[in-house]
Design a protein around this ligand. Structure first.
Ligand code: PSU
Ligand code: MN
Length: 302
């Protein structure tokens, strides 16, 4: 009933029992402009190969669930206009109606678990938006982390979100939030933030063991690994704060709501930083891909 299509390299990795790392596609279609989106996606895949694992970029194309994209499919998706942004609520509908859509963190986790992939690398997760007390805008990514058994490596949560509230919701939902190699929860464009992370681990082995232990306990849900951006690639928080406020004000002025909010804010911040937000974004995604590849390989050994 579900047309699951594995790329040739994912198929080979599965057959050989090698480590696989899932990658999302919303970052390609809604998170970065063409042609950098395709270049970055290919680069991140290569980073995973160089680190000893196999990349599996996930998307729905013409009603088929793809786990791993061939190079030409990545090109087509990266240039396509009007691609749906799929989350838990609409991925099945897209598959059932033969549609095409890019997967968010939530939808990528669902697809990864379905295909037997346990580790996933991305840039930032969705979370609790500023003003959520009146808009109720809380990403489905948080609930997904509470119910789907995939370890997600991200660079923390963007300051477009209400980060303290995001951490509170993750705690309520019982999602382990693990800072990698430091005490503070990283703030996406900055390695440090004033907020302590609930958990800290200093190597991929511990993270893999914690993942396996949760499974052994029969706990549903995954883990959020918050991997700080490399120091050289940071953008100081004081520089970004006014830009984020301006982007948020523009979103409010234009009445942007629902699924449109995150892509709109990312695009505005890209424009207002004259592309610097993208440069940092690329560095941190690549850094997350390398850590995810290590975790996936440790998991295979367990
Ligand atoms: N945050 C980022 N970059 C992104 C996204 C979030 O820093 O590209 C994307 C991811 O695909 C994430 C989605 O799953 O946005 C969250 O969207 P929403 O807030 O509508 O749930
Ligand atoms: Mn939302």
């Amino acid at each position: 009933m579900i047309d699951l299509v594995l790329s040739s390299e994912v198929r080979a990795a599965k057959d050989a029992g090698r480590a696989i790392v899932a990658l999302e596609s919303t970052i390609i279609t809604h998170g970065m402009p063409y042609p950098q989106n395709v270049e970055v996606a290919a680069q991140v895949e290569q980073d995973i190969r160089d680190a000893g694992a196999t990349p599996a970029t996930i998307a729905v194309i013409d009603g088929k669930l793809h786990v791993g994209l061939e190079a030409d499919q990545l090109q087509t998706l990266g240039q396509a206009k009007g691609v749906a942004k799929l989350s838990r609520a609409d991925m099945a509908a897209c598959i059932a109606t033969g549609g095409t859509g890019a997967t968010t963190v939530a939808a990528t986790m669902i697809a990864a678990q379905f295909a037997g992939v346990e580790v996933f690398a991305t840039g930032g997760i969705g979370g609790v938006h500023k003003g959520a007390e009146s808009t109720f805008d809380i990403s489905a990514d948080l609930h997904e982390l509470a119910q789907t058994r995939v370890t997600v490596v991200a660079a923390g949560a963007k300051a477009i979100l209400d980060v303290p509230k995001t951490l509170e919701v993750l705690e309520t939902l019982g999602v382990p939030v693990i800072a990698y190699g430091q005490d503070a929860f990283p703030a996406f464009w900055s390695a440090q933030s004033p907020l302590p992370a609930p958990l800290r681990m200093d190597d991929a082995i511990q993270i893999a063991q914690a993942h396996a232990t949760r499974n052994a306990l029969g706990l549903p849900g995954g883990q959020l690994v918050a991997n700080p951006i490399p120091a050289d690639d940071q953008i100081p928080a004081e520089e970004l704060t006014p830009i984020i406020e301006a982007a948020q004000a523009d979103a409010d002025t234009h009445g942007i709501t629902g699924k449109g909010v995150t892509p709109y804010l990312l695009q505005r911040i890209f424009e207002l930083t004259e592309g610097r937000s993208l440069t940092a974004n690329i560095a941190l995604v690549r850094n997350n891909a390398r850590l995810a590849a290590q975790i996936a390989q440790e998991l295979i050994k367990i």
